[in-house]
Write a protein that binds this ligand. Structure first.
Ligand SMILES: Nc1ncnc2c1ncn2[C@@H]1O[C@H](COP(=O)(O)OP(=O)(O)OP(=O)(O)O)[C@@H](O)[C@H]1O
Ligand SMILES: [Mg+2]
Length: 415
C-alpha cells in the first residue's frame, strides 16, 4: 500500500518467528510435528495441526519448511478458489514423485502441500467440502500438512482418519509476557510490567491478539501503563454504529481501524453494508474508491465464509475492512453519514426469502455434489418444474425439503 508508512506495519507480521526455536510454547506439539516431518511422513502421509487461534500453527509450518528446505505449495481459506481450482493447484504438487526426493540429508527434502485453515475450506460446500480435501490427501504423492482451529466440528471428523493429529494449546501467560517484553525492547516502548501482564492475561493464550493489543495501546506515545490497558476489559462495551462509522472513516491508519473493529460490537453485516454505502462519500477520487471497494468486496467474501461458525476467519474480514478505511488517510474530509444504510432496509425485507433459497440450494448441492451457485443456476429451475408437475413428488423427500421450501420453490416467480 503506497500510503502505509513504516509505523503502520503490523507487529504480528514484523515479529513473526522465522525459526522453529522462536515459536514459543507448545513444545510437545512442536516436537511431534518435527518428528513427523523428519521421519514419519512416509508412514503417515498427512498431519493436522489443530488448536486455538494465534498460537503459531501457520508460523511453525513456514519456519520448519524454511529450516528443512521444503518447498511449500500453500493454500488457505483466503484462497478464492473452487474445488476445481483447488485441484488445479494441488494436483501438480501431488503428481510428481520426483519432486520429493525423500532423501535424508539432502539439501532440499522436496515439497509439501500445506492446506491452512482447512475448517474454512472444508466448511464451504461451494468448494466441494471436506471430501475434496480427503481426496487430495489420498491422492497426494507428497506429504500434506493441514492446520485448523477445531478438529471436533462434524465437518472435519472424516479428516481425522487420514492424518496424524497434533494438538496445540493456548500459549502460557509467562511466555507471552516474555515475548511482549522483547517486542517492547525492539520498538523502544517503555511498558509497565503489570500492563504487559494484563495484556497477556486478557489474550487467553492467543499470541496474535496479545501482540495486536500491545501495538494498538502503545503505538501513540511509545509508553504503556497499567491504566492504558484498562480499556481491554471493556472490549464488549457497545460502540454505536454511528460512532464506529465516524471513527472508521476518519482513521489515520490500518492499525487504528483494526483496533476500532476489535472494540466495536456492531453487527458485522450491518457494518459491511454501512461502510459500502458511505464509501463513495468518503473517497471522491475514482481510483481510491475503486481500491476501497476492492477491499470491501474481499471483506464480503470472508463474511460469507465465516457463516455462523468459522469465526476464526474474522481476522481476514477485519483486515480487509481496515484496508478499505485507509486507502488514503490524507484525503479524508468530514461528511454526513448515510445512516441507517439504504441497502440494509431492502436486504432486511428480503432476508427470509434469500435464506430460504440458500437453504434449498445447499440441500441440492449436497445431494448432487455441486456448488450452491450451480444448484441455483442449473438445478433449481428443473427441480421446480418437476415439483409443479407432480405435487407429491418423491424428489422432495430425496432432497429433504421442508413443506415450506417446496411451497417456496413451486410458487417462486423468478424462473
Ligand atoms: N508461538 C508463537 N511464538 C511467537 N509468535 C507467535 C506465536 N504464535 C503466534 N505468534 C504471532 O502471532 C501471529 C499469528 O500466528 P499464526 O498465524 O502462526 O497463528 P495460527 O496458530 O496459525 O492462528 P490461526 O488458527 O488463527 O490461523 C504470528 O505472525 C506471530 O507474530
Ligand atoms: Mg494459521
Amino acid at each position: 500500500m503506497q500510503t502505509q508508512s513504516k509505523m503502520q506495519l503490523l507487529w504480528v507480521e514484523k515479529y513473526r518467528p522465522r525459526k522453529i526455536e522462536d515459536v514459543t510454547g507448545n513444545d510437545e506439539a512442536k516436537a511431534l510435528f518435527i518428528e513427523w516431518l523428519k521421519n514419519k511422513r512416509h508412514t503417515k502421509k498427512a498431519v493436522l495441526l489443530y488448536g486455538p487461534p494465534g498460537v503459531g500453527k501457520t508460523t511453525l509450518v513456514m519456519a520448519a519448511a524454511r529450516e528443512f528446505g521444503f518447498g511449500v505449495v500453500e493454500m488457505n481459506a483466503s484462497d478464492t478458489r473452487s474445488e476445481k481450482a483447488i485441484n488445479a493447484v494441488a494436483k501438480p504438487a501431488t503428481s510428481y514423485t520426483s519432486l520429493d526426493s525423500f532423501a535424508e540429508g539432502a539439501k532440499s527434502l522436496g515439497n509439501v502441500l500445506f492446506l491452512d485453515e482447512v475448517d474454512g475450506i472444508a466448511g464451504n460446500e461451494d468448494r466441494g467440502g471436506v471430501n475434496a480435501i480427503i481426496k487430495i490427501v489420498e491422492q497426494s504423492l507428497v506429504p500434506v500438512i493441514m492446520a485448523a482451529n477445531d478438529p471436533d466440528i462434524d465437518k472435519l471428523r472424516p479428516l481425522k482418519k487420514v492424518c496424524l493429529l497434533v494438538r496445540f494449546q493456548q500459549v502460557r501467560i509467562p511466555l507471552i509476557i516474555a515475548l511482549l517484553q522483547k517486542i517492547c525492547l525492539l520498538e523502544h516502548v517503555k511498558a509497565e510490567f503489570e500492563a504487559l501482564e494484563r495484556i497477556a492475561q486478557n489474550s487467553r493464550g492467543d499470541v496474535r491478539s496479545a501482540i495486536n493489543d500491545l501495538q494498538s495501546l502503545s503505538e501513540e506515545n511509545n509508553s504503556l501503563t497499567l491504566q492504558d490497558t484498562m480499556m481491554l476489559s471493556s472490549r464488549n462495551k457497545d460502540v454505536s454504529m454511528d460512532e464506529t462509522l465516524r471513527r472508521y472513516f476518519s482513521a489515520q491508519s490500518i492499525v487504528e481501524t483494526s483496533s476500532l473493529l476489535l472494540f466495536s460490537s456492531v453487527d458485522y453485516d450491518d457494518l459491511l453494508l454501512s461502510v459500502a454505502d458511505n464509501l463513495p462519500k468518503r473517497y471522491t477520487d475514482a481510483t481510491e474508491l475503486a481500491k476501497a471497494f476492492d477491499y470491501v468486496s474481499r471483506a464480503d467474501l470472508f463474511r460469507g465464509r465465516i457463516g455462523t461458525e468459522n469465526w476464526h476467519l474474522l481476522k481476514y474480514f477485519n483486515n480487509a475492512l481496515a484496508e478499505a478505511s485507509a486507502v488514503n488517510p490524507e484525503s479524508y474530509k468530514p461528511f454526513t453519514l448515510i445512516t441507517p444504510p439504504i441497502r440494509i432496509m431492502t436486504l432486511f425485507w428480503t432476508k427470509p426469502k434469500r435464506s430460504l433459497l440458500q437453504a434449498i440450494c445447499a440441500k441440492i448441492g449436497a445431494k448432487c455434489h455441486v456448488s450452491v451457485e450451480r444448484a441455483r443456476e442449473a438445478y433449481v429451475p428443473y427441480i421446480r418444474l418437476m415439483l409443479i408437475k407432480k405435487p407429491r413428488n418423491p424428489l422432495a423427500a430425496y432432497f429433504e425439503f421442508t413443506p415450506e421450501e417446496v411451497d417456496y420453490l413451486t410458487k417462486m416467480g423468478r424462473y
